[in-house]
Design a protein around this ligand. Structure first.
Ligand code: FE2
Ligand code: FE2
Length: 141
């Protein structure tokens, strides 16, 4: 797979609208990292980091509110990838621009795996909770 052609597709949908909407934004910002314009790389990475902090915090909060059993494991994946983004940012700024290209190639793979596993479990959990708590929301959602 080349990140230049990567983008949103139904393959990434988890049929939980609030999460899918956030994931579409992640995919857009993540795909933008592969634009061949070194002058704006840090700016684009900063946008992805800002998005990711809010994105992951929302999921962490859903897990905390719902007492989601594998919350620790899921949160750990969020923390690890954020740490990598920040480390790459530091090193690209220091001149290791090839690391930015590597990140742009690797992040889509990370995201697809994360969506297939951690986010998939959470989306099912949220959808099931919505069914038991408020059927009207599911119909509307
Ligand atoms: Fe997510
Ligand atoms: Fe997640």
């Amino acid at each position: 797979m080349t990140s230049a052609t990567w983008g949103w597709s139904d393959r990434l949908s988890l049929s939980y609208t609030p999460m899918d909407e956030t994931h579409k934004e992640f995919v857009e910002l993540c795909a933008a990292l592969s634009e061949n314009n070194p002058a704006t790389f840090i700016e684009r990475l900063d946008q992805l980091i800002v998005h990711s902090v809010a994105h992951f915090e929302q999921e962490n909060q859903w897990m905390a509110e719902g007492n989601f059993p594998p919350a620790g494991c899921h949160k750990q994946e969020h923390d690890s990838v954020l740490e990598i983004m920040r480390e790459v940012r530091r090193r690209v700024e220091a001149g290791e621009t090839d690391l930015g290209e590597r990140l742009a190639e690797e992040l889509p793979l990370w995201f697809e795996h994360h969506v297939d596993t951690m986010d998939n479990m959470l989306a099912r959990f949220m959808a099931n909770n919505a069914v038991s708590n408020s059927p009207a929301e599911v119909v509307a959602g």
